[in-house]
Design a protein around this ligand. Sequence first.
Ligand code: F6P
Length: 552
Amino acid sequence: MTETTPSAAWQALIDHRRALRRSSLAGLFAADPQRFTRLSLVWDDWLSDWSKQRLTPATMALLVAYARARNLPAWIEALFGGEKINVTEQRAALHTALRQQGDTPVLQDGSDVLPAIRATQARMRTLAAQLRGGVRLGATGRPIRDIVHIGIGGSDLGPRLVCSALTGPRASRREGIEVTFVSNVDPEQLTRALAGLDPATTLFIVTSKTFTTMETLRNATSAREWLATQLGGGGALAAHFIAVTGNAAAARAFGVAGADVLPMWDWVGGRFSLWSAAGLAIAVRCGWESFAELLAGAATMDAHFRDAPLPRNLPVLLALVDFWNAQAPSANQRVVVPYAHALSRLPSYLQQLVLESNGKSVTRDGSPVDQPTAPGLWGEPGTDSQHAFFQWLHQGTHAVPVEFVVPVRAAHPLADQQTLLVANALAQAQALFAGKPLAVVRAELAASGMDPAAIDLNAPHRVCPGNRPSTTLLLPELNARRLGPLLALYEHRTFVEGVLAGINSFDQWGVELGKALAGSLQAALRDGTEPGPADQSTLGLLAHARALSRRG
Ligand code: F6P
């Protein structure tokens, strides 16, 4: 499939952007009474509205044509069909097989991956039941009460997001088992996690596809030492470890019992792995039924993505909007604001999913990309963020696209407070769009009795320019059944954005360089050895850090 930008479809988009340049969002709404209906989509009982984006139905048609010119339907089939679309590592990206509901064979290198998936799910189900039921015992014969999940990147962010999203007010601490996540090599995180835990009743799930990741191995080693100081070393400690990895030999060498090593397959990318045994912590914390619901929900989005025509396909349409925004001259950022405390971890999860996938500068065949790829992505939950960066969104000099993710109903009994939350999400999108013009500000100040000189001084500070783009995603509520499709939606959308840019979304070579340099700098810091060749600034920082650590 071609890697070069399809020139006719691309040129049509460039011409169209030029034609739209002077249009305001208000003008676009005024020109089309059907605009909301034409630039929104109901999927299941969700509503996704991108009518407040700076584009028109004609833009969407041109974008769909561009996607076709990029062979998007064939790429979607290649994804589901297990083709080795991760070309630099010669791997498939078969995360969809992990949540497939039936047993239709999914072939990888000529064999069906479903039997291994089902066997692993059965093992996860048993382990979750044993841990939740207090049947799994530690080395001293006491039941396990606390889990510490050790992993980083894709081996942390997805399971952590899901656990925090689904551990709602109805999950009583007494009923289940507590799960704490440790990812950072900063020893502060592990120390805090272990404070107050009893080694005799604590189990560690070490999750690492490679089992070579520095942060995970250091934390797992420190955890083993912590256990050994109170339980004694040796084989008994195996009762306190489960490993999830593609490198079973290394996990066994670390001291995990063979039966407690669950697989990660090379046809699932790390940042797409929460649906695999990497999600064991979810099954333990929330119960196997919730995990199964998560998978079943994601499968509904998979079916939609695979089958819906491009102009009615939610992940495709939202990716086209992202792609359109990313090509705008000043658009190098994207803000995601979940109006749900339960989704507090969504922005960090998306940072890895989107930026590790699409933060690339070369196309699949290695030639430089000729268009911007993924803009930076950040966000925080609403309404907290309204009291932090929304000032910048409303009156700053950058018009950055914002995405509001809003579960409408809540499981808790504070229904009126929930209404306030949802109203705030809608209000912010409206305010970004409509703004507050000078004439309105002046009239309000005059009506308040302010004198004309004070009005002249104050009015400009109160003007909100508006005309700022946003997308709003309304979903009925947040539970495992709804969270599954939400995450699958973002996965597929990220994949489509990669296809539109002609890049491989499934490798991450950029993170390797810093890892290699950290090794030689650690030796230089700890042992005073010469670092490898380094610039003046790095050498200066190293010398000062050495001096500070000697003083401590
Ligand atoms: O950040 C780089 C990365 O390779 C991610 O892609 C991956 O999710 C993470 O490190 C952890 O890797 P592993 O699961 O092998 O420990």
